[in-house]
Design a protein around this ligand. Structure first.
Ligand SMILES: [Zn+2]
Length: 216
């Protein structure tokens, strides 16, 4: 679940000070509206209750999407001036958080640290492009009776691949994935990330594919 906190905000227009709600923890896998607000750049906007002025007010928040291997600490852009101090604090916060994750049995992955929400917005917008190509590919795979397995999201982002891999046989190994990917590219060579996948598979020299997510 996403979590809200209350902070003091000051209107830059009329100087009114008021309590404002901010999201401090966002579950990207559960809260599509908040995720979209980050992508559209509207996430930090609040409205002054006195004069209705809308302004941007940044607070630190954590963005979590275990499905996509994302654990992102987003600090206000202004914190960049004291980058080392804040990174150290965020790393300490992460240690506390990590313990609670381990207790809850949540998969733990390496956190990322950003100053300002813009880099997270860019990442989520690119993820959306990847998802769209992945959906097309999964549809085409399904029409040919191919199955599909998940690719580790960080690997997919790094190599600009879809988030899933089609395969022809019973298991997502190199040869069955090559067969399915070749057939899909032969039908439609306009899906850039599926072509990248084909190249990655052709260059792979082991039958097992270490980038396939085993908890898929
Ligand atoms: Zn105001």
């Amino acid at each position: 679940m996403s979590i809200k906190g209350v902070f003091k905000a000051e209107c830059p227009s009329c100087k009114e000070r008021f309590d404002a709600d901010f999201w401090t923890v966002i579950r990207g896998d559960h809260d599509q509206n908040l995720k979209e607000a980050i992508m559209s750049g509207e996430f930090d906007l609040i409205m002054c209750p006195a004069c209705s002025h809308v302004f941007s007010c940044e607070e630190t928040f954590i963005y979590i999407d275990p499905e996509r291997d994302l654990l992102v600490f987003v600090m206000p852009e202004s914190y960049r001036k004291e980058e080392e101090k804040w990174l150290e604090k965020m790393r300490q916060d992460y240690e506390v958080l990590r313990e609670s994750f381990v207790e809850e049995g949540v998969l733990v992955f390496e956190p990322q640290y950003y100053f300002g929400a813009a880099p997270l917005s860019d990442l989520l917008l690119r993820d959306r492009d990847i998802e769209e190509e992945t959906d097309v590919m999964i549809f085409m795979a399904g029409e040919r009776g191919f199955k599909h397995a998940k690719i580790q999201p960080s690997f997919a982002r790094r190599h600009d691949l879809p988030f899933s891999l089609p395969y022809a046989g019973t298991a997502p190994v190199r040869d069955s994935a090559l067969e399915a990917t070749r057939a899909i590219v032969a039908d439609n060579d306009a899906i850039a990330r599926v072509k990248n996948l084909l190249k990655t598979l052709e260059e792979s020299n082991t039958p097992d594919l270490p980038f396939v997510k085993n908890n898929a």
